[in-house]
Design a protein around this ligand. Structure first.
Ligand SMILES: NC(=O)c1ccc[n+]([C@@H]2O[C@H](COP(=O)([O-])OP(=O)(O)OC[C@H]3O[C@@H](n4cnc5c(N)ncnc54)[C@H](OP(=O)(O)O)[C@@H]3O)[C@@H](O)[C@H]2O)c1
Length: 262
């Protein structure tokens, strides 16, 4: 019998890797690293909830995953809103079950020199990049704990940045501080959750080609990209998949991926 006979031809679902099948939430899944991670996880057999604010964009990524044979639920949600997150957690539980993987990826970046006194921009970065990680983690922690107690691997991957411990350009005091906070809180969260069997990873990417620079002056953005060959969103997503594929006894507390020159 040929390996392509009707009995043995792989179905779109069966050719996915069952060992990596997870029930995942990815925040900031409407573009860039989050969208790439959601696609990659779905390809690996995970059911994925995609959280972001832009309805059209998050629904488009979810449709693409579904058309490819994957399972994706778009959830319009602002990670700065604990109420949104409580609703999201309920909806995700109803639609795809108990979450065992949370990728805290949503983030915003402004070049906001302190002397400019743009407290609105400082607040947007702190609310999304720091409080957003805390609110999201708190909302999905009961599910992650339940997953770990029932013998599943349970992971939180926080997308920080090398900006947390590198001064990469003037104007980034607040952005860099938010990313330093994400790395610091990841380390402590790891110690809080390890007894429950929940692994926490601080992922620190360098420059990647995404929409995160949409608020930056074009010449500044061009300068970054002239200096370094940026990572693709898929390359960062691959690092996230690497973390989540490890056997239950192996933790990856932190991981840095950058362009060679950075
Ligand atoms: N690109 C880089 O060079 C780089 C390097 C290191 C670290 N990072 C980090 O990587 C993460 C992903 O960024 P990216 O580079 O992929 O940029 P991106 O394409 O701009 O993605 C950011 C995502 O976050 C979402 N988001 C922003 N505020 C949100 C909120 N309040 N609630 C829910 N979702 C929100 C956006 O969706 P909506 O607008 O639809 O809400 C979008 O999906 C960020 O944390 C960023 O700081 C990026």
């Amino acid at each position: 019998m040929s390996s392509l006979s009707p009995q043995t031809a792989p179905s779109p679902r069966r050719d996915r890797a069952p060992a990596t099948a997870r029930t995942a939430v990815v925040t900031g899944a409407s573009s860039g690293i989050g969208a790439a991670t959601a696609r990659r996880l779905a390809r690996a057999g995970a059911a994925v909830a995609l959280l972001a604010r832009r309805t059209g964009a998050v629904e488009a990524v979810a449709r693409e995953i579904t058309a490819d044979g994957g399972t994706a639920v778009p959830v319009v949600c602002d990670v700065a809103s604990p109420d949104d997150l409580e609703l999201a957690a309920r909806r995700v539980a109803q639609e795809i079950g108990t979450v065992d993987l949370l990728v805290n990826n949503a983030g915003v970046m402004h070049a906001s020199p302190v002397a400019d006194r743009r407290a609105d921009q400082w607040r947007a970065m702190v609310d999304t990049n720091v409080l957003g990680v805390l609110h999201t983690t708190a909302a999905f922690l009961p599910a992650l704990t339940a997953a770990a107690r029932s013998g599943h691997r349970a992971d939180i991957v926080n997308v920080s940045s090398i900006a947390g411990n590198t001064m990469f350009a003037p104007g980034f005091a607040v952005y860099n501080a938010t990313k330093a906070a994400v790395s610091a809180l990841s380390a402590t969260l790891r110690s809080e959750l390890l007894a429950d069997g929940i692994r926490v990873t601080d992922l620190r990417p360098g420059l990647a080609s995404t929409e995160v620079g949409r608020h930056l002056p074009q010449e500044m953005l061009d300068g970054f990209h002239e200096e370094h060959r940026a990572l693709s969103p898929d390359e960062v997503a691959d690092a996230i998949l690497y973390v989540t594929r490890q056997p239950a006894h192996l933790a990856v507390p932190s991981l840095v991926v950058t362009p060679v020159t950075q």
